[in-house]
Design a protein. Structure first.
Length: 202
């Protein structure tokens, strides 16, 4: 899109602003939840039902992160339906997952800015996390990663099956394309990103 302007390889900087008040609120929550030393963010929600990945699989990923890497997961949510999924994940992954409090968008930005890892489907919080600089594992079914994958070298997009059809058909489809993504694939992607973090720190 930028090539007619003579821009071939633009440098990308999101510079996502982190509100000072939201940052303070989130810091207090993290201290009280014993998450200040590091955490992964798990986001089970999505704008389309066809983008939903099963809550029990998110729980398995959270258990993997806790047992293999010693990283607790913070499960974020918006609305009553997502709160139900978040509670299910926390219960199934106990003691490796914590339920986030109700958050505003600016508080969510502060949360993902601090995260060591983000796991979720193709939805707003995933792209916010990528813009904030968090390593991301994006899960894709009815959309294509090459069109709307999380941006940047610290992100991995996973897709096992593409739900074909027009936008309306893909929006109204079931989530079988998402269910084709297995837990092992997601855990392997998480391991990859965390090993990159370890190598960079070393």
């Amino acid at each position: 899109l930028l090539s007619p302007l003579g821009i071939a390889s633009p440098a990308v900087r999101f510079d996502l602003p982190i509100d000072a008040g939201a940052k303070a609120t989130v810091e207090t929550f993290l201290q009280e939840a014993n998450l200040a030393s590091g955490y992964a963010v798990v986001n089970p929600g999505a704008g389309w039902d066809s983008k939903l990945w099963p809550a029990e699989r998110f729980a398995q990923v959270a258990r993997h992160l806790g047992e293999r890497h010693g990283i607790p997961s913070l499960v974020v949510w918006a609305g009553e339906r997502e709160l139900g999924w978040a509670k299910e994940i926390v219960a199934d992954a106990r003691p490796h997952a914590t339920l986030a409090s109700r958050t505003t968008l600016v508080e969510l930005a502060a949360i993902v800015h601090r995260a060591r890892l983000f796991v979720g489907s193709d939805t707003g919080p995933l792209h916010m996390a990528a813009a904030a600089g968090a390593p991301c594992v994006g899960l894709y079914g009815p959309t294509r990663p090459e069109d709307c994958g999380p941006y940047g070298p610290k992100c991995i997009a996973l897709q096992s099956h593409y739900q074909t059809g027009g936008s309306r058909e893909r929006r109204k489809a079931d989530n079988s394309a998402m269910q084709a993504i297995c837990v092992e694939m997601v855990c392997a992607a998480c391991d990859d990103l965390l090993s990159r973090e370890h190598r960079t720190a070393a």
